[in-house]
Design a binder for this molecule. Sequence first.
Ligand code: TYD
Ligand code: MG
Length: 457
Amino acid sequence: MAKKTIVEFVCQNCGTAYPKWQGKCDSCSEWNTIVEEKIGGEGFSNIGTKRKGYIIDFVPLSGSGVNLERLNTNIKELDRVLGGGLVPGSTILVGGDPGIGKSTLLLQLCASIANLPSHPECYYISGEEAIDQVRIRAKRLKLENSPVHLASATDVKDIIATLEKSNAGVVIIDSIQTMYLEDVESTPGSVSQVRATAYELIKLAKKKNFALFLVGHVTKQGSIAGPRVLEHMVDTVLYFEGERGHQFRILRAVKNRYGATDEIGVFEMQDQGLVEVDNPSALFLAERQGNISGSCVFAGLEGSRPVLVEIQALVSPTSYSSPKRAVVGWDSNRLSMVLAVLEARCGLGLSSQDIYLNIAGGLKISEPAADLAVAMAVISSMNNKPLPHDTVIFGEIGLSGEIRGVSQPNLRLKEARKLGFTSAITPASLKKDKKPAYDDISVFEIGNVQKLINWFN
Ligand code: TYD
Ligand code: MG
């Protein structure tokens, strides 16, 4: 009997499948994203099989497991994000805006690993660029003599047949949206192609025990294009982010089966490629001006690493009927919440003021611990009074105006001290938790936001 082709209508934004076409996706509320896809063939071996199931064996939790042997990539920032090196057989998805530097990073990585004393075989397969284009980049990066196996290919069957015969240690696929399997009848980059090609490549990586890097494009909303399921299939998801106008690039782990998430690696994009940044705090504070109102230094934490960044606010009378709020590098809902608390609990009149907030250097902060620094910058700008130049600040603000404790205060204070700061404004719960170990930094503890206002009087 001929195999029946199954047709599904799949949202290209979120991957939800429907039996019939419809204009709007019920799941993600996007319009015109639902496309007909024929499914079947490779990557979907569960469809149409008649085999009976085998009995599986259960084992106890304890037992001898293999120790994960990690491969150091020789790029410290990358090893840190990966949780201490590359795990053979694992798959890493690297997402990021076009032109942010994904191909550059992965080419540098590939060359770095290929040059290790053990010489693992490294394969760089580009579906986006021709061989000459990659060669030009390699020349620019002065990596043209590295023993990397380079190919330009998009047919996953060919890639698998080739890699099956190889002794690959690391394989880079740039990008998964250009790969296709001819058995799947939809265009490359569609949800079913991405899902099926990734499935086949991941299966091979596990079988041959090589580390697989997949480059993934991101959508307008900033998530990796294709189904969310791709993020579930891989072991590690890294986002490469940064503002196009800034030279800093941040590699952030958002999922990691072999290490901590929220860990960041910091790079600087220079003429000769990406250069690691050992001391990001010094870099983020390098262009800080002295004695300017509306600026304060937040002692933040990115994964296990403390990072000091400058938070800038500008408050000016509005000329619109509703005041403007613009935020770069922080959550605008969080800003609205902090402003509401300042209005309700401290009586500040912010409804007639435009407020602009900027995290200097192009870093994106998601920690609630930045609340207090944001509030401080806003109040400082409103009063036109600068904060002392040598003070850092951190703390979360609750809706009743209380300042809540944050994780790892001592680590934050240590970093501040290292960079020459002599005082810190912190939550009041700090001493209760643990007395800060650093006596030569004066700690001012505040319990609620009203105290912030007093600071300027
Ligand atoms: P690329 O790695 O092609 O980005 P992606 O793969 O994420 O789309 O990076 C391209 C950008 O990086 C390009 O705008 C030029 C810049 N660049 C440098 O500034 N220095 C360099 O050494 C290289 C190779 C690229
Ligand atoms: Mg690229």
